[in-house]
Write a new protein. Structure first.
Length: 225
């Protein structure tokens, strides 16, 4: 991983633009993961940075890494306290009703021997809330901005499929696979800090969004309004 993947860096933290297809944690089969790139992300420090949160393997974009243990603890507290602002962009296989709203669907993990594990809507599950805004539509698909208020596993993917009735394009678990891959991108991350300026990072739109016809036009679609 090269320096052009770095979106933010100081003595405490590092934000990288994680490529789609790269898992944060080492897979059981020992294949390539973020860990294989840690030496190139030390930038003069002796210790490896550590991921403060997770992005799914096929989700691209802003991933926060800490550069020392004390900073790691503080940054984790910001996530756990709901202080971190995250903005995602996704192309959905369908067009949701309305132009914006709040998806409030508690989530729980279920597992079967046949299909493995997944997250599902469960009234007794953990609270999960996501704000969404329709950006534009094209060819029966929609470009949607998501701002999660909570940080559950697969939250946006389930909220899109179940809450809006339109799965993320390329999501083989909650929708269907697509040759372009999964169209979910962590576009922006803002992490407040008590004694320093906030960590702010914006990840450029990946090529697969351009290839899908959603590379430009972040203004709301006049036809949608």
């Amino acid at each position: 991983m090269h320096g052009d993947h770095v979106l933010f860096i100081d003595g405490e933290a590092l934000v990288i633009d994680k490529p789609a297809g790269l898992p944060v944690d080492r897979p059981r089969d020992g294949s390539i993961s973020l860990e294989n790139h840690m030496d190139s992300l030390k930038f003069g420090f002796k210790r490896w940075p550590h991921a403060v949160h997770r992005l799914d393997r096929d989700t691209s974009g802003c991933l926060l890494l800490s550069r020392n243990p004390k900073a790691h603890a503080r940054l984790q507290q910001a996530f756990e306290g709901g202080l971190v602002s995250k903005r995602y962009l996704a192309v959905l296989e369908g067009i949701p009703e309305g132009e914006n709203g709040l998806i409030d669907l508690p989530l729980a993990k279920v597992s079967t021997r046949e299909t493995g594990w997944r997250m599902v809507h469960d009234p007794a599950g953990k609270p999960s809330r996501t704000e969404w805004t329709l950006i534009r539509t094209d060819g029966g698909r929609a470009l949607v901005e998501f701002r999660p208020q909570t940080g559950r596993t697969h939250q946006i993917r389930v909220h899109a499929a179940t809450g809006l009735g339109a799965a993320v394009v390329g999501d083989g678990v909650y929708g269907r696979a697509d040759r372009l891959g999964m169209m979910l991108h962590a576009a922006e991350l803002i992490v407040p800090r008590a004694t320093k300026d906030p960590i702010t990072a914006t990840a450029p739109l990946p090529q697969r969004f351009v290839d899908a016809g959603f590379g430009t036009g972040f203004e709301p679609d006049p036809a949608a309004g």
